[in-house]
Design a protein around this ligand. Structure first.
Ligand code: FAD
Length: 483
């Protein structure tokens, strides 16, 4: 039977496996094998239950405007486990000029759309506010070349908007450096706005006017919020997909060392410590830097372009406290810290305020701090004791928290966050062109066309559909591979 090998059991690989599993169940003559080097599936999605806390090591939510997580949840029967954020506490603070400032209401993307809250906000100085308003009159960029997010925001809204809004907000999502990030690859919507309306503020005002009015949830459905998650954490998603797969089609604790192509068009997937496996198609979902190693004998240009995608290193530090030990309000989604403040943490999420079901009871509070990213990566390698001391020191300085944690858990993500730097689109185009030249290999995942969990489900599912299509329509291979 013709076989597809999926390399990597993060959400991209699991989404691909799900499609192939369903195809098999509906009678398609196809086989698949998912190979994951860790002993568990899920990749960067990692929820742990520790002493009654629901602790997220990697992503803690997904964006509801992208449909793919919701669609997958529906298919695997966990739609009722989707949970919105606690909108009553929907506030984010920015630590700027040595104090916490509330992000003004009406901020859409990076752009203020409500005059009064923005005018009253302490975050941006008056000269900074006036400079942001210049966006209404600054002419749009004429040529089509890519630019960094930093250059774009400075050009349209000014340096203060970059330092205090764009950089920390974006830093939180991409762990990125705005002076390196490609606008075209990361924020194509901003380019369209500038082209269509000549101004981000005008574009956002139109978007706000046309946005559908928030409606109460339909009976039996959860209220949609911008960020959403699962009652048991993001691993509800990966664990339920895993349980829908045939266990005999999963190999964990084995690392793929390389992929070769045979003369008959099939692939040979070499696995450290196991027999090689032949397959008609390979879906490669390992992060770009690891994918580069796997394909370096197969296609040097592909490998070079994969290796050219930088990956930032970061850590999340989860800390639980007794509520009675905290004498400061923890009544927001959290705070973000601009690089210009020269602090050692990038942000903190007040997890148990943002989400329900995160602590053993109301008497406890769960927070999560972010360390590293495109800047300050060396801090990620502090040992646990030093890291804890450093984070607690930062929380004391920034929010005045002096309590001792009752639970702590640190997760390090070495080269865990792909950076879509200038030239990214070109690199991805070349990788895609090379995969077209060697049919049957699909290179997908968070490293290329969207880091979000939803994007990963989308590209993983699409790769599996394409592999199926290709296998069905191709007469390239003899009927049976013997594997
Ligand atoms: C700290 C952090 C917070 C984040 N927060 C959010 C968030 O809130 N919302 C959101 O939408 N996204 C978030 N993201 C991004 C999102 O988690 C990732 O983009 C997504 O999970 C990537 O999935 P993936 O399957 O493409 O890759 P991965 O999850 O990296 O999976 C790839 C898998 O390949 C395996 N592998 C690698 N090499 C080999 C090999 N040689 N052989 C076999 N297997 C191999 C790896 O072990 C891994 O399991 C966050 C990421 C991080 C690091």
């Amino acid at each position: 039977m013709k076989k597809v090998v999926i390399i990597g059991g993060g959400i991209t690989g699991l989404a691909a496996a799900y499609v192939l599993q369903k195809a098999k169940e509906s009678g398609e003559q196809i086989d698949y094998l998912l190979i994951e080097k860790d002993n568990r599936l899920g990749g960067k999605i990692l929820t742990e239950k520790i002493e009654g806390y629901t602790v997220e090591g990697g992503p803690d939510c997904f964006l509801s405007e992208k449909p793919w997580v919701g669609e997958m949840a529906r298919k695997i029967g966990i739609e009722d486990r989707i949970m919105g954020s606690n909108e009553a506490s929907k506030r984010t603070f920015v630590y700027a000029d040595g104090r916490l400032n509330k992000l003004p209401d009406g901020l859409m993307g990076l752009v203020p759309t409500k005059l009064i809250p923005f005018a009253l906000s302490s975050l941006i100085s008056w000269p900074g506010k006036i400079r942001m308003a210049f966006d209404l009159v600054i002419p749009q960029k004429k040529e089509d070349s890519d630019e960094t997010l930093g250059s774009f925001v400075t050009r349209r809204l000014g340096k203060e908007a970059l330092d205090k809004i764009a950089e920390p907000l974006i830093g939180g999502i991409h762990a990125g450096d705005p002076d390196q990030m490609s606008l075209k690859a990361s924020f194509p919507r901003f380019i369209q706005m500038e082209q269509k309306y000549g101004s981000l503020i005008k574009a956002m005002l139109v978007a706000r006017k046309n946005a559908p009015k928030p409606r109460p949830a339909e009976p039996g459905k959860v209220q949609k919020t911008f960020f959403m998650t699962f009652i048991g954490g993001m691993s509800d998603l990966t664990e339920t997909i895993t349980s829908s797969l045939d266990k005999s089609k999963i190999m964990t604790g084995k690392s793929v060392s390389k992929v070769e192509k045979k003369k008959d068009g099939r692939y040979v997937v070499h696995i450290s410590g196991a027999e090689p496996i032949e397959a008609e198609a390979v879906i490669l979902t390992a992060p770009a830097n690891e994918a580069a190693e796997i394909v370096k004998d197969l296609d040097k240009t592909m490998a070079d372009n994969l290796a050219g995608i930088p990956q930032a290193t970061s850590a999340t530090v989860n800390l639980a406290f007794k509520r009675s030990d905290i004498h400061k309000p923890i009544d927001a989604f959290g705070f973000i810290v601009p690089i210009s403040e020269k602090r050692k943490i990038k942000a903190a999420t007040y997890s148990s305020t943002k989400w329900n079901y995160r602590t053993p009871g109301d008497d406890y509070v769960l927070l999560r701090a972010f360390v590293g990213g495109a800047t300050n990566q060396e801090l990620v390698f502090l040992d646990d004791k030093e890291m804890l001391k450093m984070v607690l020191g930062e929380l004391r300085d920034i929010i005045g928290l002096t309590a001792e944690p009752v639970m702590q858990k640190i997760y390090r993500w070495v080269k865990g966050m792909p950076q879509y730097t200038v030239g990214h689109l070109q690199r991805v185009e070349t990788i895609e062109a090379r995969t077209t030249a060697v049919p049957g290999i699909y290179v997908v995942g968070g490293s290329y066309k969207g880091v979000g969990v939803g994007d990963c489900i989308n590209v993983g599912s699409q790769a599996a559909e394409k592999a199926l299509e290709q296998i069905k329509s191709s007469s390239q291979w003899p009927a049976a591979s013997g594997q």
